[in-house]
Design a protein around this ligand. Structure first.
Ligand code: SF4
Length: 64
């Protein structure tokens, strides 16, 4: 199962990952007053790397 790591220091919560993930791994949540992406359904990840490639902040790492 791929491991999804989000660098919350880089994440701006603009939601590209939410839009591009084909299996709805991500959800935006309010963390310390700021919107951040959370890999809520990490177990569903199929390792397509769309999120990693398309995140404008390069905040996501996918490891097999
Ligand atoms: S690698 Fe693909 S399936 Fe996994 S979280 Fe990113 S967009 Fe979703």
């Amino acid at each position: 199962m791929p491991k999804v790591t989000i660098d919350l220091a880089k994440c701006t919560g603009e939601g590209t990952c939410v839009d591009v993930c084909p299996v709805n791994v991500f959800e935006l949540q309010e963390i310390k007053g700021k919107k951040k992406s959370v890999a809520k359904n990490e177990k569903d990840c199929i390792g397509c790397r769309s999120c990693e490639v398309q995140c404008p902040e390069k905040a996501i790492k996918i490891e097999d």
